[in-house]
Design a protein around this ligand. Structure first.
Ligand SMILES: Nc1ncnc2c1ncn2[C@@H]1O[C@H](COP(=O)(O)OP(=O)(O)O)[C@@H](O)[C@H]1O
Ligand SMILES: [Mg+2]
Length: 257
């Protein structure tokens, strides 16, 4: 078995009386792509927020690259090599593509408060290189993000995530707001990450997408992990049964398929 990138032990998050996540034990291996599926409110985003430093867990532990970690902020998770892409794109609308890719990692000729001088040329050429790696075509990099389609914006977000030598990329419903073509584009990028050996955790409602892309499917239900299935050895019915907690013969819920 290849080495373990991420491991959570008993990861738990309660919001007052709401037990959003209970005792999540997850192991992700080097190069592995896993999906997290589950009904609305199952705890998927809570899991993501608690491994990426957005929130602190109520209980449990997390190991990253074999070391115990305890991220106090998303920045700490990023610095450790965990990049996250959300459905609601965390991009700056009023900035252009290079400025977004370098958000929080700006390159300077020199840095002295208001006298700082951004190295725009370097940021631009680096951005071109990153976008080329992911196969994304954006005709004019100096275009502001607010003028771009959802798909282009999401591609910028994923390039940013993929481009920093990240050790793990987490995507929470990355295509939920996208059209068919844009979704295909993002799926191609995710496949590229697989080829590069970068592990991915993909939260998705779209089971077709999940079966196309990942090695393993984790099913969350009411804050618990109720299944870990090899994508090659299971099918949509089995996954839907676990999502709903009902036998497929009794409960047909086509909206998941
Ligand atoms: N900040 C919060 N405060 C209180 N309850 C929350 C908060 N965030 C999420 N929850 C609750 O936790 C549960 C899990 O939510 P979430 O992780 O967003 O589910 P999913 O992403 O699977 O749809 C839900 O019952 C949700 O209402
Ligand atoms: Mg969610």
């Amino acid at each position: 078995m290849s080495s373990i990138v991420l491991e959570t032990r008993g990861l738990t998050k309660h919001y007052g009386g709401v037990q959003a996540l209970n005792d999540a034990d997850v192991i992700l291996h080097e190069g592995e792509h896993i999906a997290i599926v589950g009904d609305n409110g199952a705890g998927k985003s809570t899991f993501v927020r608690n491994i990426t430093g957005v929130e602190r867990p109520t209980a449990g532990q997390m190991l990253f690259g074999g070391e115990l970690v305890d991220f106090h902020s998303p920045l700490e998770a990023r610095e450790a090599g965990i990049e996250t892409v959300y459905q609601n794109l965390a991009l700056a609308d009023h900035l252009d593509v290079p400025a977004n890719i370098f958000l929080g990692r700006e390159e300077y000729h020199f840095r002295l408060g208001p006298l700082s001088w951004l190295n725009k040329r370097k940021m631009r050429s680096e951005s071109e290189r990153l976008l080329a790696q992911t196969g994304i075509k954006i005709p004019d990099l100096s275009q502001l993000l607010m003028g771009m389609s959802g798909g282009q914006r999401q591609c910028v977000a994923i390039s940013r995530a993929a481009g920093w030598g990240s050790k793990l990329i987490i995507m929470d419903e990355p295509t939920a707001a996208l059209g068919v073509q844009e979704t295909t584009r993002v799926e191609t990028i995710i496949r590229g990450l697989k080829d590069k050996g970068i592990p991915v955790i993909l939260v998705s409602h779209n089971l077709r997408q999940v079966f196309k892309l990942v090695d393993r499917i984790l099913v969350f239900r009411q804050g618990r992990i109720v299944g870990s299935l090899d994508a090659q050895e299971t099918d949509g019915n089995a996954v839907v049964s676990l999502i709903t907690g009902l036998d497929q013969g009794v409960h047909e819920n086509a909206s998941y398929i």
